[in-house]
Design a protein around this ligand. Sequence first.
Ligand SMILES: [Zn+2]
Length: 135
Amino acid sequence: MFCTNCGAQINDGTKFCPKCGVQVGGEQAPVVTPVEPVVEHVEAVKVQDNSTSIMVLGILALALCEFGIPGIILGAIAKKKANKFAKDHGMIYGKAKVGRILGNFGFIIGIVMTVFVCIGAIASCVSYLDNVYYY
Ligand SMILES: [Zn+2]
């Protein structure tokens, strides 16, 4: 059965709602539709978790951007999640905003580092060939 006050699901025979504490004992078990408030609650929690994960991704992107590719990937995921957050809420704010900024930095620095590594690799190849030619 369901709590008449908050709509929480309660085991039959329980006298008090474990969620809100209202007495629910008695024979009359009205069929309320508790689905809506429960779903809303779950979604609110999910969105909060989402913004935290965006921030964590942004931090990781920035922390790993010196290695190039990981920063690009994590930054891209953070940006993608941040865009979804912005779409869901009409705007972006809080931890999600921080995550997107950090993710952007990680993404850009990751690309720069990758380019440097490529240039470095080419440069060392060239200097290796130079050495081969000259010695
Ligand atoms: Zn209740």
